[in-house]
Design a binder for this molecule. Structure first.
Ligand SMILES: [Zn+2]
Length: 219
């Protein structure tokens, strides 16, 4: 079950006190409608009942997909050092067969959900993304400011990403063969051996660059 509570939130436009539903946990398996709302960007928002003002809220939330066996702890704008939550670590310490991640932005949260629902290994996806990021920069001669997992087809044997290129962040889709992904799984496995002992891990582009560096310098 999802865990929600009602909170009074005062409207930034008219100061009216609204009763807003806050999600402490979202259980995607028992409450698929909350998953839908989250992916549509509607879970964290509210509309002032007095003046109609629409606002987004940002607060920590645990996303739990029991069917696909993953949990993602979303902590908005966490500092790099504070990427864990002691209470949460304790509560879920024994779930060894469940993939646990921590993310700091809503877009990362959505991306992780898509990756895990596709049955992919997010560590390998991040490594493949970093590799393709560099390919796109070379190919376009422009800076890439970010990118996200956007395509996966087992029958076509491809995985793909949408990158933001150049000053205007224009979208650039780059796909690659699944062999690159498989190779990335190998690199990830070699790197994960020495982890921090934490169970909710921060797996992002920086992690992937470190994994690639370790791989290149050890072979
Ligand atoms: Zn209002």
């Amino acid at each position: 079950m999802s865990n929600t509570e009602m909170k009074k939130v005062s409207c930034p436009q008219c100061s009216h006190d609204n009763e807003v539903k806050i999600f402490k946990t979202v259980n995607a398996t028992t409450d698929p409608q909350f998953r839908e709302a989250l992916l549509a960007g509607k879970l964290f928002g509210y509309r002032c009942e007095e003046c109609g003002y629409e606002a987004a809220l940002r607060y920590p939330m645990l996303y739990n997909d029991m069917k696909n066996r993953f949990m993602i702890y979303y902590i908005p704008e966490i500092e790099r050092e504070k990427v864990t939550d002691e209470a949460l670590e304790k509560e879920y310490a024994d779930l060894n067969d469940i993939t646990r991640r921590v993310v700091s932005s809503f877009n990362e949260l959505k991306e992780k959900i898509h990756i895990f629902e596709s049955g992919l290994d997010d560590r390998a996806v991040e490594i493949a993304k970093v590799a393709l990021n560099d390919v796109v920069e070379k190919r376009t001669g422009e800076k890439v400011s970010g990118g996200f997992f956007s395509k996966y087809s087992r029958s076509e044997g491809i995985i793909g990403f949408t990158f933001f290129v150049g000053e205007n962040d224009r979208h650039y889709v780059q796909t690659t063969r699944l062999e690159i992904y498989s190779k990335s799984v190998e690199i990830a496995d070699g790197y994960t051996l020495e982890n921090s002992g934490r169970s909710f891990l921060l797996i992002n582009g920086e992690w992937a660059r470190n994994a690639i560096y370790k791989y290149k310098t050890s072979t």
